[in-house]
Every structure is written in C-alpha cells, then in structure tokens.
Design a protein around this ligand. Structure first.
Ligand code: NAG
Ligand code: NAG
Ligand code: NAG
Ligand code: NAG
Ligand code: NAG
Ligand code: NAG
Ligand code: NAG
Ligand code: NAG
Ligand code: NAG
Ligand code: NAG
Length: 834
C-alpha cells in the first residue's frame, strides 16, 4: 500500500514537472540544466583534487512522501560507472580509466565525496555490456572485459547519466529511490551477438564474502544478494538486488549459449545459479562469479534493464523495482516496457523542487556563480540518503538514513542549510538520529567528538516549538541529548562519549585509564573542544525547550570547558597560547601546534589511528585552538586580545595552516567578525572561494564529504555562515546581487538584496575600489544594530526583505556596529540569551 503511494506521488510529480507546457511560470529556466555534475570528479592521484563527487543518477535524499521504518549506516540507489584506476572512492573519476562496470553503488557509510578505501566500495552488482564475442569465450572477468570510454561522451544532468564505450555501446542510466533503469544501445552491432554480464562478486574493492545469484530464463529476472566489506572500518553488510532484463527472456528458451553462470573464465552453459556460503574472507577474493546472458536489442538497438535494490531480501528488491518503476501496459517495444521518460522526468522534477528553494535571476548574475550555486545545492541534497523501509536492524515507524556517521563533516554546513531550505526533510533526518539513539542506547556517530549533538541542538533551537507538527518527539530528542551528554557507553569508540572522564576532569585527560569504559584513548585535546560544543548544544536545547535554569546553567558551564585544555605557555611562530593535551594531574603534554597541519613535515597519522602522538583529530592545534564557536570572545581573550587574534588569523592563512577542504577550518575566514573586523572577512571569504572552488572537475578543494563542501560554498555565496546550535548567522556581502530563500514549513520567502552590488567583487582579490564591505543591514525597513549577524527568525521563520548596503569605504564599514548586540554572541559575554 505504502509503496504504491510512493509511485503515485512520483508519477504525479512527473505530470507536473516534466512537460514543457506545465513548467511553473516563475522558473522559465530549468534549474536542473544549470547543475554541473562533474565538479569534483577529478582523480585524487598526482595532486588532483580528489573531490570524490558522484556524477551518476540519483534522486534527492529527501523527496518521497511515505513514512515507514528507521537508522544507521546506508544509501539509496545511485547508478554510475566505475573505472579501473584508483583512487576512486565514488567509483567514477573523470579523465582516463577503463570502465569495468555499470552499476549501482549502494553506500553504507559514505556515498558522495568521501574518503575511505581508495578502491572505493559499495559498487555492488555491476552490469557490463559485451558484444560480438562467442558465448563460451566472452571476456566476462573484470580485467578482460574492461573498456575505455569514447572521449567526450560522458554527460549527466540530475537524474540522468550517459557514456559510450569503445565497443560502441552507449550507456544511459536513470533511477528512483530504490530502483532504476540502465539502457545499453548496441550502436553498430545489430547483427553481432550482444550480451550482458551480471557480476555478483565485484564491488570495487573486491571484498565479496559470500552470496547467491539465481536466474530465471523464462522471465529474464536475476535475483542476487551478497555480503561485502564497508569501505571504512571492519564491518560488513549484506545487500540484495533484482534485475529484470526482458530482452534476454525473449530468447531465453532451452537453446544453448543463451545464458550461463561463470566462475572466473569458465562459463557454464545454461547454469542458472551460483551460491557461495559466507566466509570470513580477507579481500581481494581469488575468484569472480556472475552470469552471462545473451540479449536481443529492440528496433532501436537498445536493451533496457530494470533493477531494484534492498537491504532486506532479493524478493524485496524485486518489489521495490516493481513498485517504483511499474511495467507499462500495451507496450510494443521491449525497451518501452518501462516508461524511461517518466522515471527520468520524475527524478528531474524532484531535483527541480530542491533547486528552486534558492531563487536568483539566473540570467543576470555571474554565470560561474550561478553554476556553482546550483551544483552545490544539488550535491548538498544527495545525502544523507533515505533508507526508510530498508532497515535491516530493527523496524518501527521512524525514518532510517545512512551516512549519519559523517556528522563531524555535516553538522557545520549541511544541516544548517537543511534547516533553512528543507525543514521537512531535515525533521525526517533528525528523527533518524533520535531513533538511532533509541536503538543503540546512545546517539551519535563518533569521529572527532559526538557530532550528532550540535545537529539535535540546532533542531531544538530552530524548530523545537514546532517539533510535533514536524513529527519529531521533542522530549525524546532532549533525552537523546542528555543521555549523550551524561552517560558513558561501555565502548565509546564508535558511539557516544567518554563522559565519566569529561565530568570528572572537565576535559578529556590523556594517559588515563577509565575504570568504567573503554574506547580509543587518543585525540584528547580536540575531543575536549568538541565535547564542549556538544554541551553547548544541550544548553541551547535546554533554553529552547524551557528547561529549568539549573539545567541551562549546568550545560552553559560545561560548554566553557574548552578553556581547560588551553596551555598558555605554548608558543608557535611568535603566537602564544594553544590548545593541548593534558594529563589527569593537570600537566600539559606538548603537541607541536604545526602537527597535522598542511605544514607538518613529519606526516603524523592524524585520523583515528591507534597511535596517540598528536592531540588533535584530522587537524592541527594551530587550527583547533580557534574552535569554540559558542564563545569566540573567550578565544580572543585567551589569544591576547582582538588585534593579536586578527594577526593570528591572518598568519594562519598566510603561512599555510589553512586547508580549505578540512572541516575544522570552515569558520576561519569568518572569524574576523568576532574581532569586530567584518571587512577582513569579506576579503578572506573571496580568497577562499576563488582559490579553492571552480566549475572544473578539480573544482573542489578535497573530498566533498557528504555535501559538506557543497553546503559551505553555498553559504559563502549567500554571504552567510551559520553559528552551530544557534539562531545566529554571520552575515557578509553575497556573491550575487539578490536571492530569495524559500521554506515550505513556515511558508516563508525571504529576499536578500545587495544595495550597490559590485560585480568586481566577485573574484579572488577584489581591488580596494570594489564595494564588498557591508555598510548596513536593513531588515524589513529597520536598520539592524549589527552588520555582522542576522537571526534565523529574520531569514526563515518570517518572510523578510533584507537589504545589505555595500561600500568600498572602509570608514563606513568598520566594525560590527554600535551597542551590545553588534558583535555575534559569545557565552562569556552574556550572549545566547535565555
Ligand atoms: C524518506 O523516504 C520515506 C519513504 O518513502 C518518505 O516518507 C520520507 O519523506 C523520505 N524522507 C526524506 C528526507 O527523503
Ligand atoms: C565481430 O568479430 C569478428 C571476429 O573477430 C570480426 O570479424 C567482425 O568484424 C566483428 N564485427 C563487428 C561488428 O565488430
Ligand atoms: C556503522 O558504521 C560503523 C563504523 O564503521 C560501524 O562500527 C558500525 O558497526 C556500523 N553499523 C552497522 C549496523 O553496520
Ligand atoms: C559479516 O557477515 C556475517 C554474515 O552476515 C556476519 O555473521 C558477521 O557478523 C559479519 N561480520 C562483521 C565483522 O560485520
Ligand atoms: C567449469 O565449470 C564446470 C561446471 O562447474 C566444471 O565441471 C568444469 O570442471 C570447469 N572447468 C574448468 C576448466 O574449471
Ligand atoms: C606556564 O609556565 C610558568 C612558568 O614556567 C609556570 O609557572 C606555569 O605553571 C605554566 N602554566 C601551565 C598551565 O603550565
Ligand atoms: C603529572 O604526571 C606526570 C606523569 O606521571 C609527571 O611527570 C608530572 O610530574 C606530574 N605533575 C605533577 C604536577 O604532579
Ligand atoms: C564571473 O566571475 C568569475 C570569477 O571571478 C570571473 O572569472 C568571470 O569573468 C565572471 N563572469 C562574468 C560574466 O562577469
Ligand atoms: C588597499 O587597502 C589596503 C588596506 O586598507 C591598503 O593596505 C592597500 O595599500 C590598498 N591598496 C591600494 C592599491 O590602494
Ligand atoms: C565505428 C563506428 O561505426 N561507429 C559508429 C557507431 O554508431 C554511432 C551512432 O550511430 C556512430 O556515431 C559511430 O560513428
């Protein structure tokens, strides 16, 4: 029943969005046509950007309308091609590389712009088109079948991907949430025998541990399932698929050489099953297995395969395919068995719906910025992916999402962007976080800290009052926060926090054996900083949800604990005072502030390694010492005052401690705001944007990190930066002259217009004559006392007209304004009022 409803919704949307005549009049340009899916697809080898972006077809995480089950690690169907050159975390890279399979990548931990195994992962159940070979000797194995792409044939738009192989087979893909269509056009091979390989064992990293394949020659249906390793960490997962290839069925009678399974090069004629019992295998496995089937292209030389995927069973995968892409009746052509245009049109319609939440005059604004804006908006809505109804762990009425593990990447920009543009989808995702807490005891997936906390705190602040309308049980959310802040799970390495130590010491001591729990004892300095922000999230939720004053006060105090890892005696490059690890007895342990920065010459292992040489997770003390967005005034004081702070930010950039692609540095170009120098932020944001982002395949400064980089660029373009778990957004001068943001929960539209917008400011280092400095911010006709921040309420909760007046006269733009509320809030100076 419910699944039928999804289909209805998709078809309905298709009816609205895919025909030219019914295009919404306010959007004469199809915004999907402005998305460049190849940004960030350059290889990470030889100094390339390695954005690991995924250009294949997918729908947004956020669109279908049915509620079913619940949360941990996975993704929806994403169809793309895979190449034989690593690194290739997303399977695809632009430029060279032979294609080894056309497949759907089903990610568990990551799916878009992530690190992990450089061979990639989740490239399950590849298909591959072969032509003009003799059945028994067709090159079915990965290294024998691989082929190059015809140059310049890769193309993609939201919901569609195509490429052509050097065997002249054109590939096209489109997809729904859990299903999709793959079309092979055997262009010059109408008279040659044509085949498709269905590969069971290869998953990019060759980590197959067991599984099954079953082919039904009467119907052309292939049902498969297998267990594979995740691309990161030791866990495995089991996934299922169902392929329908009717053009094989039409010739699949009992004749020889029409179908057969293979093991390595050995193809067994008319064998229909493969079965490998689960074996704890260390990859790569030493055999390959799959199915070879002969296909009969239709009158346009095409063969279409429909697939469904599931994490529950292969039968379920078939149901998903049937429900999301039903057969079309009375069809004469085989390839018209399914309505390709309807599927692609529906996907495009869903994307159009996401993209129109930011409206600009696409013909008037700088075309590079337009392309960056919509491409970023696209990528920031790919994940986390919606696996509602596919939870293999438990079942209840709550939604289930993957990629929550990447909260360390996404809490800073992806979730705040969702809070502005996609409240309903965000509520869904927040529900999945809360449900993860319900079922694993403690919410949050740990990287540097427990970064589900700022996400939940942010939701409480912005939507706490409206939570029931959004379907989020807000008291459960509150319990999830408190539980995560108070209780220590037996093993806090994967989930939760080391709260026993945190509460006992007010920091996470190094070289301390916790008597009650275990975990990886490392990165204690940055964990202390992150736990302080986590407690700030609880404080903010306590305020928003009218909790007792003592509760608010308790977490406010703990949010200030970041000062406990401040060692005033450490000096680096002439600057004094840095965050450091600390022993239980209070003695600091020295980490060179340069360690794990781009200038680190030692090459420490800076991620979650088992060593404990450095105190900081994936970043340096040079960078992390700035990390206390809840009380930047305190950081300024610790660093020796506003001028020293400004000098220190300048030095951080000039010396090269900044790495644009690393999350702890996201706020750095905006930090001048806190020292009353928004003029410097205006310049620095432009340098950061234009030195690190562009519309090329190398246009990302590193992994897209589940859309974190995309959402960051969006904020920079809009001239905004979100303060975590708060209703404040730092404001600067945007890179477009006017934009409107729409929110479909509050039914609001806020327009931000730049008075005096100056196109010469849209570059890496604008001349002094460029009007990029904010002179005033006027909200609904009233001049704001601050030109450094605006509130979520002004931008989202009500429809506003915001006018940012810009100037090139520094005298008119010096400082954040007058009065106590001019500077953005800090806890230590009485900010974030009750
Ligand atoms: C996830 O999918 C479910 C089931 O189709 C749907 O109800 C929900 O709205 C989706 N949520 C998002 C954020 O895509
Ligand atoms: C098919 O292969 C045969 C034998 O290798 C070759 O002679 C023929 O030209 C090929 N046909 C096509 C269309 O590629
Ligand atoms: C989710 O990923 C984490 C990190 O790899 C892993 O420890 C955990 O077991 C995974 N959970 C499931 C249910 O697979
Ligand atoms: C791998 O999969 C098997 C079979 O599903 C399961 O028994 C085993 O616990 C899994 N191992 C890990 C490390 O996830
Ligand atoms: C090929 O597979 C068949 C059926 O499994 C088997 O009987 C035969 O020995 C295999 N041949 C080789 C060369 O491995
Ligand atoms: C800093 O150095 C001074 C002088 O050596 C010493 O008295 C003080 O205890 C040190 N402070 C810390 C926090 O280690
Ligand atoms: C703290 O402990 C360390 C390591 O045990 C020791 O070297 C140091 O002297 C102690 N400091 C104080 C102040 O007791
Ligand atoms: C848009 O901005 C980019 C980046 O500064 C610049 O290179 C380009 O010339 C601008 N385009 C137009 C049409 O002004
Ligand atoms: C631009 O302004 C900066 C700072 O106000 C000043 O140092 C610099 O000399 C100016 N450049 C020019 C070309 O006027
Ligand atoms: C080698 C060859 O003949 N290639 C042709 C295959 O078919 C496509 C589409 O009809 C042509 O564009 C190619 O030239």
């Amino acid at each position: 029943m419910l699944l039928q409803l999804i289909q209805l919704v998709l078809l309905l949307r298709h009816g609205v969005c895919s025909t030219v005549s019914s295009k919404p009049p306010s959007h004469p340009v199809e915004l999907t046509s402005l998305v460049n899916l190849f940004i960030g697809t350059e290889t990470g080898a030889n100094g390339g950007s390695g954005g690991n972006a995924f250009p294949g077809s997918a729908i947004p995480h956020a669109m279908a309308k049915v509620k079913l089950t619940s949360s941990l690690n996975f993704t929806s169907a994403q169809v793309g091609i895979d190449v034989d050159i690593a690194p290739r975390q997303a399977g695809y890279i632009s430029l060279d590389g032979h294609i080894t399979g056309i497949l759907y990548s089903i990610s568990l931990l990551h799916d878009e712009g992530t690190g992990g195994n450089t061979d990639g992962g989740y490239g399950n159940f590849p298909l591959f088109p072969l032509t003009n070979c003799t059945f028994g000797s067709c090159p079915v194995q990965l290294n024998n079948r691989k082929l190059s792409r015809v140059p310049n044939t890769d193309a993609a738009s939201p919901g569609y991907f195509t490429s052509t192989l050097t065997n002249d087979v054109k590939i096209e893909t489109t997809s729904t949430r859990r299903a999709g269509l793959i079309k092979f056009t055997y262009q010059n091979h109408t008279s040659s025998p044509n085949y498709i390989v269905v590969d069971l064992t290869n998953d990019l990293q060759r980590s197959f541990q067991g599984g099954e394949l079953q082919y039904s020659p009467q119907t052309g249906r292939v049902m498969l399932g297998g267990t594979y390793l995740q691309s990161y960490g030791p866990s495995n997962y089991t996934v299922y698929a169902c392929y329908d290839i009717p053009s094989a069925a039409s010739i699949s009678q009992n004749a020889n050489s029409l179908y057969g399974t293979y093991i390595n090069a050995n193809i067994t004629d008319r064998s229909t099953t493969l079965s490998f019992p689960y074996q704890q295998a260390s990859s790569p496995i030493n055999f390959e297995g799959g199915l070879l089937i002969k296909v009969l292209p239709d009158s346009s030389n095409a063969v279409v395969a429909r697939f469904g995927v599931s994490f529950l069973s292969s039968e379920r995968a078939c149901e998903n395919a049937e429900n999301e892409i039903p057969s079309v009746q009375h069809s004469h052509q085989q390839s018209a068995q399914w309505d390709w245009n309807s599927v692609q049109g529906a996907s495009q319609g869903l994307w159009e719906d996401v993209l129109q939440r930011i409206q600009i005059d696409t013909t008037k604004e700088n075309s590079t910025i337009v392309e960056l804006l919509y491409s970023s908006l696209y990528r920031s809505a790919l994940v986390p992916a919606n696996l509602t109804g596919e939870n293999p762990y438990w079942s209840n009425q709550y939604p289930f999402f993957d990629a929550l593990f990447c909260s360390w990447d996404t809490f800073r920009t992806v979730h705040p962007m969702l809070s502005i543009l996609s409240p309903k989808e965000w509520a869904n995702i927040v529900n999945a976080y809360v449900d993860g807490w319900r079922h694993t005891g403690i919410k949050g997936y740990v990287q540097g800290g427990s970064d589900g906390m700022p996400v939940l705190g942010d939701f409480a602040v912005k939507y706490g009052k409206y939570a029931s309308k959004l379907g989020v049980p807000i008291e459960d959310l509150w319990q999830a926060l408190v539980d995560t802040a108070e209780n220590t799970p037996p093993d806090w390495y994967t989930i939760g926090r080391q709260n026993t130590a945190w509460k006992l010491f007010g920091y996470i001591p190094t070289d301390y054996d916790d008597p009650l729990s275990t975990g990886l004892e490392t990165r204690e300095a940055s964990r202390s900083l992150e736990y302080a922000l986590g407690d700030f999230a609880v404080r903010q939720a306590a305020v928003a949800l009218n909790k007792p004053t003592e509760t608010i006060e308790k977490y406010a105090q703990r949010a200030m604990n970041f000062v406990n890892v401040w060692d005033p005696n450490v000096t680096s490059d002439g600057f004094t005072g840095f965050a450091q690890k600390k022993l239980p007895n209070g003695t600091f342990v020295y980490t060179d502030p340069v360690d794990c920065s781009p200038l680190d010459t030692v090459g420490h292992s800076c991620a979650r390694g088992t060593d404990n040489n450095v105190g900081f997770y994936e970043s340096s003390s040079w960078e992390y010492s700035f990390f206390a967005p809840q009380s930047m005034a305190t950081v300024i004081e610790l660093m020796g005052g506003a001028q020293t702070f400004v000098n220190r930010v300048e030095h951080y950039f000039d010396k090269g401690y900044f790495l644009a692609g690393n999350e702890p540095g996201f706020q750095m170009p905006w930090n001048y705001h806190y020292a009353n120098r928004p003029d410097l932020s205006a310049k620095r944001v432009r340098t950061v944007v234009f030195e690190n982002f562009n519309t090329g395949i190398g246009g990302l400064p590193g992994n897209d990190d589940s859309g974190a980089m995309a959402a960051l660029l969006l904020f920079h373009i809009l001239g905004l930066y979100p303060v975590p778990s708060s209703d404040q957004l730092l404001i600067g001068s945007p890179l477009v002259s006017k934009y409107t943001v729409a929110n479909d929960f509050f039914n609001t539209k806020t327009t931000v217009r730049v008075d005096g917008f100056d196109p010469t400011g849209v570059q890496v280092s604008p001349p002094n004559s460029s009007r990029i400095l904010v002179e005033s911010v006027t909200i609904n006709g009233v001049i704001s006392p601050s030109r450094c921040w605006i509130s979520f309420e002004d931008l989202v909760t009500r429809s506003s007209e915001i006018v940012i007046k810009v100037t090139n006269n520094i005298q008119d733009a010096m400082g954040c304004g007058t009065g106590k509320t001019a500077l953005p809030d800090s806890l230590a100076t009485g900010g974030f009022k009750l």
